[in-house]
Design a protein around this ligand. Structure first.
Ligand code: BGC
Length: 757
C-alpha cells in the first residue's frame, strides 16, 4: 500500500511538473514569436509605465498606446478610461494588452489602518484580511498590479514613510510581506482576483540617514543581509512577481544604478525572475546622484544595472532605440527586459482575456455601497490595531452612560483618519472618532465636542500640508477662545477624550520631521484640559512613533490609534467602551527623545553594557537621557492581565533536531482578552556579535477570565542561522537564550545548546 502511494504521488507530482514544463514551453514559444515580430520601439514601449497627467493628457496617452509605445498604466482607477485604453492597446501593431497598476498600500476603496497600525495587530489573519480585501476591491476595479507591499525596515521615526511599512523588525515585517504576497497574488496569477504585488522599495529606503527623505543609506553588508534585506527576500520567496527599486543610494551607488543589488543579489543570488520597476522619476534622478552625465546616459546606466520598467517614463522611448543603434546597448538588453514584462502579462492571462475585470458599466457608487462586509472587516482590523499605552486606575473602558467631552483637532476629521496613500478611498464615507463614539452610546446627547486647537500654530506647516490640495483646514478663531470652549465642555463632562497627533500629510512620502513632539498648539490644549482635573484619555492619531513623554505623564489613559481608515471612529469606540479588549502591540519603539534615534530593541551588546556593573560612567549610555525608549517594541496593554511562563522540550538541539518551546498563558483578570506571546532568541557567543534579542516567532491566544492556554514555537537549526565572520549563512554550535514574554523587554529566559552534530 505504502509503495502504491509513493508511486501515485510520484506520478501526480511528475504530472504537474510536466504540465508546468509544457506550459513554460508554450509561454516561451509564444513570447519568442511575439518578440520576433516587434520593432525595437514596440519593445521599448513595453518598458514604459505611464500615468495620465501634466503634458501627457488622456488623448495623447491613448495615441501612444495605439502606437505600441506604452506597456502599462498607473494611477487611473476610472473603469471606462481603462477599458478605452485597453481597446486602443488591442489596435496596436502586435495587440499587446496593457496592465493597470495602483498604489494599494492599506486598502483600496475600503481603507484599512496604515500598515504600521496593521502590524500592531501582530496577527497573521488580520494582515491577510487587509491584503485579501484590497486585492478583491482592486481587481473589481480592473487593476492588475499594485506597488505593495512596502517592507522597508524602519528604525528612524523622523522618516515620514514609516507609516507605510510594518516597523522595525525583520521577522514581523517579513511575515507581513509574505502574507501580502500570498493573499494578493493568490496561487495563480490568472485567478481573476489575483493582484500582482511589487515589493518595495528595494533596497534600504527605510534607512535614510538622519531620517531625511531621499537621503543616502550606507550600511555593512552583514547588517543588510541579516536585517534590512530579509523582508524583500521573504516577499520574493513568497512569489512576488515584481520589485520596485528604491530612490536612494545604497553604499554609494543609487539603487537604480546598482548592478550589484539589482542583478547580482536579486537575480543571481535570489533567482528573482519577475519584473524590476524603477520608482517615479528615478532614471532622471541618476543625473543628480552624479552617476549619469545626462538623460541618455541615465537610461544606459539604469538598463545596465537591471531596471526593466521605467515608472512614469520620460526617457526610455527617447533614448533606448538610439542607444541600441549606436551599439552602446544590445537588442538583447532590451529583449531581456521586455521578456520579463511579456512573461508577466502572459501569466496574468492578459493575452487570453485583456479586458479581465474591466466592466465599463461598473458604478463606483454601487461598489462603495456594496462593500458593507468589507467595512465590517475594516472595523475589526482597525480595533485590533489600537495599542493601549496607559490605563491608570483602569479608567478605561468607559461606561456608555458617561458624559464625554470629545475634543481635539483630529476628533472629527474624515480626511485624516484615512491616512496617506488612500487615493481610491472616500473621506466622506469615513467614520470619525466623534461619530464612532456617538454611534456607540445610548444617548448621543451625552457627548459634547470641541475642536480645541489647530493642529499647529505654524503657518509654514499648513503651507506644506496644503501645497497641492487643501487637506488640513486652519481655524482662524483665536487660540485662547478655542481652548476656553474646550475647557468649558470638559468641565461639564465626566471624562475628556482628546484626539491629538499628526495630520495625515505629516506621515507620508516627503514628510520627514526632526521634532517628534506634539505641536505647541496641542500641548497648550492638553495643559488646559489637564488643569480641569477631569479624567483625561489621550488618543494619539499619527503615522509614526512620537515623543510623548510629557503627555504620557499627563494622561490617565493613552491609546495609539494610528490612522485607522474608513471604520476608524467605530473601532476607537469599540475599544473605549470595552466592546473590544485592546490587544495590539507596538511594531516600532517609541523614543524617549529624538536624540536617542535610532532606538530599537535588537541592538548589539557593547563591551560596556549599560545597567549592569559600573552603572553610570564608562558604560554605553547618555548622561542626559535613558537608553531605553519610552515604549518598547512589542509593548501594549489590555483591560485584563496575563501571566506567561514557558518550558523547553530539551536543553540540547542536535544539528538535525528541534526544540519545542511551550508557553503557558493564563488570563488572571476579569475580562476576556487576547495576548500575543513573543519569542526572542539570543545567540550568546558567535563568530560575530549577535543582537541582545531577535524576534523569531509570535502567536496570539484569546482567553476567558481565569482561563489557561498554551502556544508553541518549534525552533529548528535553520532559525539559528546568521551571516558569520566569513559572510556564510550558518548556525554555529553553542549556547542560545530563548526569551518569552509579552514585549521585547522580557527578561524571562532559558538556555539551550546547539550541538556539533
Ligand atoms: C513612491 C512609490 C510609489 C510611486 C507611485 C513614488 O513617489 O516612492 O512608493 O509606488 O510613487 O505612486
Amino acid at each position: 500500500m505504502k509503495k502504491l502511494i509513493v508511486v501515485l504521488v510520484f506520478f501526480l507530482f511528475s504530472g504537474s511538473l510536466f504540465a508546468q514544463d509544457s506550459n513554460n514551453e508554450e509561454k516561451k514559444a509564444f513570447i519568442d514569436n511575439l518578440l520576433s515580430k516587434m520593432t525595437i520601439k514596440e519593445k521599448v514601449g513595453q518598458l514604459r509605465l505611464i500615468s495620465v497627467g501634466g503634458d501627457l493628457t488622456l488623448p495623447k496617452v491613448l495615441d501612444q498606446i495605439e502606437a505600441g509605445e506604452i506597456g502599462g498604466i498607473f494611477n487611473t482607477v476610472v473603469e471606462p478610461d481603462l477599458t478605452n485604453m485597453q481597446d486602443r492597446a488591442l489596435k496596436s501593431p502586435n495587440k499587446i494588452p496593457l496592465f493597470f497598476g495602483f498604489d494599494i498600500i492599506h486598502g483600496h476603496r475600503t481603507v484599512f489602518p496604515v500598515n504600521l497600525g496593521v502590524a500592531s495587530s501582530w496577527d497573521r489573519n488580520v494582515i491577510g484580511k487587509v491584503a485579501e480585501v484590497s486585492a478583491d476591491e482592486a481587481t473589481s476595479d480592473g487593476l492588475n498590479i499594485t506597488w505593495a507591499p512596502m517592507v522597508d525596515i524602519t528604525r528612524d521615526p523622523r522618516w515620514g514613510r514609516v507609516s507605510e511599512g510594518f516597523g522595525e523588525d525583520p521577522y514581523l515585517t517579513s511575515e507581513a510581506g509574505r502574507i501580502f504576497v500570498e493573499k494578493m497574488q493568490k496561487q495563480s496569477l490568472d485567478d481573476k482576483k489575483s493582484l500582482v504585488t511589487t515589493v518595495k522599495h528595494f533596497a534600504l529606503y527605510g534607512a535614510v540617514e538622519a531620517g531625511r527623505e531621499y537621503n543616502s543609506t550606507d550600511m555593512s553588508e552583514r547588517k543588510m543581509f541579516q536585517e534590512y534585506l530579509v523582508p524583500y527576500k521573504a516577499a520574493i520567496d513568497a512569489g512576488s512577481r515584481a520589485v520596485m527599486v528604491s530612490l536612494v543610494s545604497v553604499n554609494g551607488i543609487p539603487a537604480t544604478a546598482n548592478h550589484w543589488l539589482l542583478t547580482e543579489v536579486l537575480r543571481d543570488q535570489w533567482h528573482f525572475n519577475g519584473v524590476v520597476v524603477s520608482d517615479h522619476g528615478a532614471i532622471r534622478e541618476l543625473i543628480n546622484h552624479g552617476v549619469a552625465s545626462d538623460a541618455k546616459d541615465a537610461v544606459r546606466v539604469a538598463i545596465k544595472a537591471g531596471i526593466d520598467i521605467s515608472m512614469n517614463d520620460e526617457y526610455f522611448l527617447q533614448f533606448l532605440p538610439e542607444l541600441v543603434n549606436e551599439g552602446v546597448l544590445t537588442e538583447e538588453d532590451i529583449n531581456k527586459a521586455c521578456r520579463h514584462v511579456l512573461e508577466l502579462k502572459y501569466d496574468m492571462g492578459l493575452f487570453n482575456d485583456p479586458h479581465r475585470n474591466l466592466d465599463p458599466k461598473l458604478d463606483i457608487d454601487t461598489m462603495f455601497a456594496d462593500n458593507r462586509l468589507h467595512r465590517e472587516e475594516a472595523r475589526d482590523v482597525a480595533r485590533r490595531s489600537i495599542v493601549l499605552l496607559k490605563n491608570k486606575n483602569s479608567i478605561l473602558p468607559l461606561a456608555k452612560n458617561k458624559k464625554i467631552a470629545v475634543i481635539g483637532p483630529l476628533a472629527d476629521s474624515k480626511r485624516d483618519i484615512l491616512g496617506s496613500w488612500s487615493g481610491a478611498g472616500r473621506a466622506n464615507l469615513a467614520v470619525t472618532p466623534l461619530e464612532g463614539i456617538k454611534n456607540a452610546v445610548k444617548d448621543p446627547k451625552t457627548i459634547s465636542y470641541a475642536f480645541g486647537a489647530n493642529l499647529s500654530d505654524d503657518s509654514n506647516l499648513y503651507k506644506f500640508l496644503n501645497l497641492y490640495e487643501e487637506t488640513t483646514k486652519f481655524d482662524p478663531r483665536p487660540a485662547d477662545k478655542m481652548i476656553a470652549e474646550a475647557v468649558a465642555k470638559a468641565k461639564k463632562a465626566d471624562v475628556v477624550v482628546l484626539f491629538v497627533g499628526e495630520a495625515e500629510g505629516m506621515a507620508h512620502e516627503s514628510s520627514s520631521r526632526t521634532d517628534l513632539s506634539l505641536q505647541a498648539s496641542q500641548k497648550r490644549l492638553i495643559k488646559a484640559l489637564k488643569a480641569t482635573g477631569k479624567p483625561l484619555v489621550i488618543a494619539l492619531m499619527n503615522g509614526r512613533p512620537l515623543t510623548v513623554k510629557e503627555e504620557y505623564e499627563q494622561a490617565d489613559a493613552m491609546l495609539e490609534t494610528w490612522f485607522l481608515g474608513t471604520e476608524g471612529g467605530n473601532a476607537i469606540a469599540d475599544v473605549l467602551f470595552g466592546d473590544y479588549n485592546p490587544s495590539a502591540k507596538l511594531p516600532m519603539s517609541f523614543p524617549d527623545n529624538v536624540g536617542q534615534i535610532p532606538v530599537y530593541y535588537s541592538h548589539l551588546n557593547t563591551g560596556r553594557p549599560h545597567g549592569t556593573e559600573n552603572m553610570g560612567k564608562y558604560t554605553t549610555s547618555y548622561f542626559d537621557s535613558p537608553n531605553e525608549p519610552l515604549f518598547p517594541f512589542g509593548f501594549g496593554l489590555s483591560y485584563t492581565h496575563f501571566t506567561i511562563d514557558f518550558a523547553l522540550s530539551s536543553t540540547e538541539m542536535p544539528q538535525n533536531g528541534e526544540i519545542v518551546v511551550t508557553a503557558n498563558v493564563e488570563n488572571i483578570g476579569e475580562k476576556e482578552g487576547s495576548q500575543t506571546v513573543q519569542f526572542y532568541l539570543q545567540d550568546i557567543t558567535a563568530s560575530v556579535s549577535r543582537p541582545v534579542k531577535q524576534l523569531i516567532g509570535f502567536e496570539n491566544i484569546t482567553l476567558k477570565p481565569h482561563e489557561k492556554g498554551e502556544v508553541k514555537l518549534v525552533i529548528k537549526p535553520d532559525m539559528l542561522k546568521f551571516w558569520n565572520d566569513k559572510m556564510q549563512y550558518v548556525a554555529e554550535p553553542g549556547k542560545f537564550n530563548i526569551y518569552v514574554g509579552s514585549d521585547s523587554t522580557t527578561q524571562d529566559k532559558q538556555t539551550f545548546t546547539l550541538l556539533d552534530k
